[in-house]
Design a protein. Structure first.
Length: 117
């Protein structure tokens, strides 16, 4: 393995066992790796828990004033890189970016489904 070839964005790895169509396109494997880990994103898990009360922990590493923050609220919406919660004691809503998100705590079970592979 050449370290520099691995860094080359134009270097394309090819599986020696892969089947190729006459037009050059790859044929998907008939028996994919059963040990493959499904792609599960935090935003998707939070979206499955819309309407639930949760405690959300964040760290803003570049800030001295807002270093560690904890938000408590009901999940209203979630996207790929954000989610929105409503404060339980007021009508305030917070748009929270997942880039600073550490972990969450929900009362009871967390709704969670593994996508099909």
């Amino acid at each position: 393995m050449n370290y520099f070839e691995d860094l080359n964005p134009y270097f394309v790895r090819q599986d020696p066992d892969a089947e190729v169509n006459p037009d050059g396109t790859l044929i998907p494997p008939k028996n994919p790796n059963p040990a493959a880990v499904p792609q599960i994103y935090m935003g998707n898990i939070i979206r499955l828990n819309i309407g639930k009360l949760g405690t959300f922990y964040f760290t803003y590493s570049d800030s001295e004033k807002w270093r560690d923050e904890v938000f408590v609220g009901i999940v209203e919406d979630a996207g790929r890189d954000y989610f929105i919660i409503k404060d339980v004691n007021s009508e305030d809503r917070f748009l929270l970016p997942l880039v600073y998100f550490l972990w969450a705590r929900f009362k009871g079970a967390i709704s969670f489904t593994v996508p099909p592979q």
